[in-house]
Design a protein around this ligand. Sequence first.
Ligand code: HAM
Length: 424
Amino acid sequence: MPTFQTVRGMRDLLPGEAEALNNVIARTRETARLYGYREVITPVVESYELLSAKSGEEIRQRMFTFKDLGDRMVALRPEFTASIARLATTALRNEPKPLRVFSVGSVYRYDEPQRGRYREFWQANFELIGSSTPEADVEILLLTKKVMNSIGLRNFSFKVGHVGVIRGILSQEGIDEKIQNLVLQRMDKKEYSEAFKLIEQDKCRKVLRGLLELKGDTPFETAEKIQQYVSGYEMAQAAASNLIAILHLATVSGCPIKTVETAFARGLEYYTGVIFEVNVPELDVALGGGGRYDKLIEVFGGEPTPAVGVAHGLDRIVLALQAQKISPLTQRGKTTMVIPVKPELRAEALKLAQMLRESGISVEFEVMGRKMAKALEDADKRKVDYAVIVGEQELKEGMVVVRDLAKREQTTVEISKLTEKLRA
Ligand code: HAM
């Protein structure tokens, strides 16, 4: 048999790596609790139709799609938003609004593997459903900031845009939604000349070109320039005003918004309003992204329901922690190894190990049947903190020997005081 490797783009998370990821997950869960988001667990496999409905060409082409044995066209979820929108039109349809939903898990996209880009990766996802106010958008920005802060990341910043500006111009120029989607997709990839080729009207091309050149010294200045530039395009102007209102609330609440980009578009097709990504200088890929999608729930057969959300890319957050040399928050508690001096004492030693675990102490048992010297050597190698040596004589007196492996000191301790000693 050959030795097996993981499938290209898939990774094993080894001890340490898995702990680092789980610690980040714990912070996102804590943030969900702080902001009132309740967790739901949705399936990894969903119908292809659901997942592809509004995700956009880019994601559609990268889905892991297959027919199940019942001949259903299904796919591995490439994100959570479609599943949550499905819930909002079914099981959670009658929940009072706003509805705040949190999810965390693995998602799948057939991306070209490279640093920070995998085919299986983890997202923490927050959706705020039922409000169209700027404060709802800002809540999503703020909880993203909270996640980054609680993990200890430094120098992260937000890039913000508004798809309503470009869509507003294109709509008013009579360009249908399908073409709009293609234009935005090209723009997302910074393929501007390809994007312009899709637009026949000279005037519209010119307006868009001019828009892309706008730049102010601050995010506010850029947004204000956009607002002035699009006068005459009502939808685009409303979008620019909405962006300014969001910037205002975000700035006063301490959200580090670095840039407003006029040509910023995101790969996903369902966005209708503000969009954003969060970055750190050490990585050239985003740590998270999101935005407003006011039409998706309606497309899925629900009442017209505004919504906004974000997904944090947890694998990339772990990479950013490494790049910033921040400890991955994997505080492994103290560990203890219980070693019987001879095989006849195994049962007593096992009982003792069990008692310690019952009181919350992390215990490994010597299961290799090694002699004492070898067992201690092994415990030392694996950086165990204490060895509890179970010997016949001590046991008769209700005692065991506790060896501090780092200090190389040992003492005899009453079994009744053992938990206390190991906790100290
Ligand atoms: P997204 O921008 O496609 O948005 O993904 C969110 C985050 O997932 C990215 O910012 C990135 O950190 C991470 N990510 C994406 N692709 C990969 C990959 N191949 N490898 C590792 N990490 C990756 C969404 O998924 C939307 N559902 C967000 C949202 C929620 N919008 C509204 N609600």
